[in-house]
Ligand binder design. Structure first.
Ligand SMILES: C[S@@+](CC[C@H](N)C(=O)[O-])C[C@H]1O[C@@H](n2cnc3c(N)ncnc32)[C@H](O)[C@@H]1O
Length: 367
C-alpha cells in the first residue's frame, strides 16, 4: 500500500508515478508539485491556511498593525516620488488579500490624498486565491486589479514570505539531492550533479539554488520603471547561509517534506546575497537591508505619516501604540528579537531614485 503519511493521496500517486516513469526528480520539481500542482498543490488548491486556525503565522496574520505600519512606509515612498497620481502598489503572494485590505483601509481613513493617488495590483496566478482576495477586497473593488504576471509600474512592489515559498534545488559540493522512491516511501538520494547544474555553480556550496527567485528579480527589475521593491522574508546572507527546509502544518514543524504532502507548507531560507547580487546586475540599487525589528522601529519612530500617527491621533480608528493590550501584544510579536523581529529581514531595492536621497524610515536604524 502507498505510504501517504496523511498527505493528499492523488498528489502522492502522481509524484510517485512520475518518479517510476522518469527516475529521481529534483527537489524543486517535488516542491513545485507539493505547493503548486494546479489541482492538488497546497497553495494552488486553496488548502493553504494561515493564522491561528491554520498551519502557521505570518506577519500579516499577526495583526492589521503590520499593514498599517507598511502603509506609512508606502506613503513616504509616494512622497519621495513627488506624490504622483498614478502610484501603484504591486503585491505578490497576497494569500487572501488581508495585507492589501489593511493598507487600503488605513490609507483611506488616514491619508486620503495618498489613497486617491493609489492603485493596488495583485499578481496572483491561482484562481482560487484570486477569488478569496476579491471577496476580502470587495469594498475596494475600484482600487484593485489582478494579473498573473508583472506589468510596468511606478511605485512599490511588496512581498511578505514570497521568496521562501519558491521551489529550490538542493545542490552542494557538486552533488544534487534528488527525490526518489524506496518501496512506498519518498527518500533523498545524492547522485553526482548533472551537466545542467553547472549554471548554478556559484551557489553550489550553499546547498540551495532558487532559480525562480532569480527569475523573479529579473522580472521585477524589468517592470519597475521608478520606485522601490520591498521584500520581507526569513533568510541569511552568504557567509551564514545554510539550506534549511522548513515544513509546517497546524503550527507544528514536521520532520520531513515527505510528510503530509499537499497538506503542509514547505519553505526554504532565502539566500539574500544571491538576490542582492542579481538585483544589482539588473540595474536595481540596494536602498536598505535590515532585520524586521529595526525596520518597524524606524517606521514607528517617525510619527505622523500614514499608519504611524502621532499619539494620541486616531490610527485607522484604533490607538496604535497605547491603550489596546491586543495591539501592544501584536507590536511586540512583530518587533521582539526573539519573536518575529530577528527571524525576518527586509530588503529594499530602488530604481531611478536620486542616489543622494535620505534613507527610508524603515532603514534609519539599519546597521
Ligand atoms: C508563505 S505564503 C505568504 C502569504 C502572505 N504574503 C502572508 O504573509 O500571509 C506564500 C505565498 O506566495 C505565493 N506565491 C508563490 N509564488 C508566487 C508567484 N510566482 N506569484 C504570486 N504568488 C506566488 C503562494 O501562492 C502563497 O500564497
Amino acid at each position: 500500500m502507498l505510504n501517504t503519511q496523511n498527505g493528499n493521496p492523488a498528489l502522492i500517486r502522481l509524484i510517485r508515478a512520475e518518479i517510476e516513469k522518469r527516475g529521481p526528480v529534483s527537489f524543486a520539481w517535488f516542491m513545485q508539485q507539493a505547493l503548486y500542482h494546479p489541482e492538488h498543490g497546497y497553495y494552488s488548491s486553496g488548502r493553504c491556511a494561515i493564522g491561528r486556525t491554520g498551519d502557521y503565522f505570518t506577519n500579516v496574520s499577526v495583526s492589521s498593525l503590520f499593514g498599517q505600519l507598511l502603509s506609512a512606509q508606502f506613503v513616504e515612498i509616494w512622497e519621495r516620488l513627488g506624490k504622483i497620481d498614478n502610484f501603484v502598489i504591486v503585491e505578490q503572494g497576497a494569500h487572501d488579500g488581508q495585507f492589501a485590505r489593511d493598507v487600503l483601509e488605513c490609507s483611506q481613513k488616514h491619508v486620503p490624498e495618498f489613497f486617491a493617488a493609489l492603485r493596488y495590483r495583485i499578481v496572483e496566478p491561482f484562481p482560487i486565491l484570486q477569488e478569496r482576495q476579491r471577496r476580502t477586497l470587495e469594498p475596494f473593488r475600484d482600487k484593485v486589479e489582478w494579473g498573473d504576471s508583472l506589468q510596468s509600474f511606478v511605485g512599490v512592489h511588496f512581498s511578505n514570505e514570497l521568496l521562501d515559498a519558491m521551489p529550490v534545488r538542493l545542490i552542494s559540493g557538486g552533488m544534487e539531492k534528488l527525490v526518489d522512491l524506496e518501496g512506498d516511501k519518498f527518500v533523498f538520494i545524492e547522485p553526482q550533479v548533472s551537466q545542467a547544474a553547472t549554471a548554478c555553480q556559484a551557489t553550489e556550496q550553499k546547498g540551495a539554488f532558487n532559480q525562480p527567485a532569480l527569475d523573479w528579480v529579473d522580472s521585477v527589475a524589468a517592470s519597475l520603471e521608478r520606485g522601490y521593491v520591498i521584500a520581507i522574508d526569513y533568510g541569511l546572507l552568504a557567509e551564514e547561509f545554510q539550506a534549511k527546509i522548513q515544513v509546517r502544518a497546524q503550527h507544528r514543524n514536521l520532520d520531513s517534506p515527505f510528510e503530509q504532502i499537499g497538506h503542509a507548507d514547505i519553505t526554504m531560507h532565502v539566500d539574500w546575497s544571491s538576490i542582492i547580487e542579481r538585483a544589482q546586475a539588473k540595474g536595481l540599487r540596494v536602498a536598505g537591508f535590515t532585520d524586521q525589528h529595526h525596520f518597524l522601529t524606524g517606521i514607528v519612530s517617525e510619527p505622523g505619516r500614514g499608519g504611524s500617527p502621532e499619539p494620541p491621533a486616531d490610527n485607522c480608528g484604533q490607538p496604535l501604540l497605547a491603550d489596546s493590550p491586543k495591539r501592544k501584544r501584536a507590536l511586540q510579536t512583530l518587533l521582539h528579537p526573539e519573536m518575529l523581529g530577528r527571524a525576518f529581514q527586509v530588503l529594499a531595492l530602488e530604481k531611478n531614485i536620486d542616489p543622494g536621497a535620505t534613507r527610508l524610515a524603515g532603514f534609519k536604524f539599519a546597521r
